[in-house]
Design a binder for this molecule. Structure first.
Ligand code: PEP
Ligand code: MN
Length: 336
């Protein structure tokens, strides 16, 4: 971190800044230039809040030269993190597909979809029991009953389950869930992230609708700072001016995330586009860009779905996508 001091400054204000920085374990290296004076901070600056520094009387500007996240940072953990759950691995060379309905609607529905996606090669079953809907009048999910139905589908197929948590108040209900999903709308629900940091369960963290990659990694950092290293990042499209697709899939986020972080990165082409026929080309693009997995919405009867039917694949369409996924993962030397 570099702090640029104001040209006109009082010695007591400089001392005040030094006193403030004293609480952090950093060395302060002053450099007196002809134009201005800067202080280089050497050491772990992750805990220093730039806005607090900027508020000091003597400070003209402050700049970060290293990332504000540490646990999620590849610099301190050069090897890829491999998240292992239910005997399945995600990350490194291991590529996994998570598939299932947007929301759990009935026992027949979730078991039928679970069997179909398993037959096509999915490694995990997804399904929402608590749904973050834009309208309070839309179907909100079956809640605890939905979680029970997911567990029945797991018992019927052996597929580990992934489902979204929306409130800390429901955490006890998630004790048998294999991967807890934090949805886009909760990416910056910091109290939720902190509590999940104390859990041992893998967390699937989705990128917020309008969040930068750095903010995304800082949210992962919240979970990891609590001791939970099992975080899977999910790029699910961001808001842009484009209206032809539900969101805009940020393909570049995949290599960028993998460059700066060791965490596995998966892609959700269903929410990214909202359009079933775009799931296949964007799944292929995600593999080529280095993703560690996919999350795809599949419904046995999309036209009658209670949530996100318009973007859901039928089991037959999903099977077609999986044929392409199998071919391309082999080309890119990934294990399905
Ligand atoms: C979902 O996965 O069902 C979901 C609601 O996704 P997102 O949080 O990405 O909108
Ligand atoms: Mn959905």
């Amino acid at each position: 971190m570099i702090i640029i001091l104001k040209d006109k400054r009082k010695e007591e204000d400089v001392q005040d800044l030094y006193d403030y920085l004293g609480q952090y374990k950093v060395d302060i290296k002053p450099i007196e230039g002809t134009q201005s004076t800067i202080l280089g901070l050497v050491g772990d600056t992750t805990k220093i809040d730039m806005t607090d520094i900027l508020a000091k009387e003597v400070v003209a500007d402050v700049k970060r030269v290293s990332e504000p996240y540490k646990a999620a940072n590849r610099k301190f953990h050069p090897d890829d993190t491999i998240v292992e759950v239910g005997g399945r691995k995600i990350g490194g060379k291991h590529f996994k597909v998570i598939a299932g309905p947007c929301s759990v609607e009935s026992e027949e529905q979730v078991i039928e979809v679970a069997k179909a996606v398993k037959a096509s090669g999915a490694a995990f079953l997804r399904g929402g029991a608590f749904k973050p809907r834009t309208s309070p009048y839309s179907f909100q999910g079956l809640h605890a009953e939905g979680l029970e139905l997911l567990l029945k589908a797991k018992a019927a197929t052996g597929l580990p389950i992934v489902t979204e948590i929306m409130s800390l108040a429901h955490l006890d209900l998630f004790s048998d869930v294999d991967i807890i999903q934090v949805g886009a709308r909760n990416m910056q629900n910091f109290e939720l992230l902190k509590e999940l940091g104390h859990s041992k369960k893998p967390i699937l963290l989705k990128r917020g609708l309008a969040n930068t990659i750095e903010e995304f990694l800082m949210s992962a950092e919240y979970i990891m700072a609590g001791g939970n290293e099992n975080v899977i990042l999910c790029e699910r499209g961001i808001r842009t001016f484009e209206t032809m697709t539900r969101n805009t899939l940020d393909i570049s986020a995949i290599p960028v995330l993998k460059h700066y972080s060791h965490l596995p990165v998966i892609v959700d082409p269903s929410h990214a586009t909202g359009i079933p026929w775009l799931v296949e080309p964007l799944s292929q693009a995600a593999i080529a860009a280095g993703a560690d997995g996919l999350m795809i919405e599949v419904h046995n009867n999309p036209k009658a779905a209670l949530c996100d039917g318009a973007q859901s694949l039928t089991p037959a369409q999903f099977d077609d996508v999986m044929q392409k996924v199998k071919k391309l993962t082999a080309v890119f030397d990934r294990e399905l």
